[in-house]
Design a protein around this ligand. Structure first.
Ligand SMILES: [Zn+2]
Length: 147
């Protein structure tokens, strides 16, 4: 297989392996950090059971929301979803699309996981996630076309 991009090698070294959920979390967190480059808070609803909870490590890696700083909270649940907020309450909800979740769970296996993770990494965010943004004092709008 082709060599992994540097950021995925770093992610792998942090997380211990490179599975689909840590990569998906990484992409979610990166998108949120672009939206909220200053203060940012995250709420994740994966619970703490891998492989789904691997999402949390990916989010920590790219969003600057970390357990050590206390600006990420891992809630009970089994959703491939995170809410991100800035300090005034602007909000961005990112959820893995239902069909992608089914595909990822169906194909979950140690064998070939790096190849599948790399494929997900290279996919467009609009193919992977449903994104809902809520600005303070503004009506909700759904942006599915955003990368
Ligand atoms: Zn993992």
């Amino acid at each position: 297989m082709e060599e992994l991009p540097l950021e995925l090698r770093i992610l792998k070294s942090f997380h211990g392996h490179l599975g689909p959920y840590v990569v998906l979390g990484y992409k979610m967190g990166r998108m949120a950090r672009e939206k909220f480059p200053e203060k940012i808070y995250a709420n994740v609803y994966t619970g703490n059971k891998p492989p789904l909870s691997c999402l949390v490590d990916g989010i920590q890696m790219s969003s600057s929301c970390t357990l050590g700083k206390g600006n990420i909270t891992v809630n009970k649940g089994s959703f491939a979803m995170a809410n991100f907020m800035d300090e005034v309450g602007n909000k961005m909800v990112v959820e893995l699309k239902k069909e992608m979740r089914e595909k990822v769970d169906r194909e979950m296996a140690k064998e070939g996981e790096e190849e599948r993770s790399l494929e997900l990494f290279l996919m467009d965010n609009s193919q992977l996630f449903d994104v809902t943004q809520t600005a303070v004092n503004r009506p909700t709008q759904t942006l599915t076309g955003r990368r």
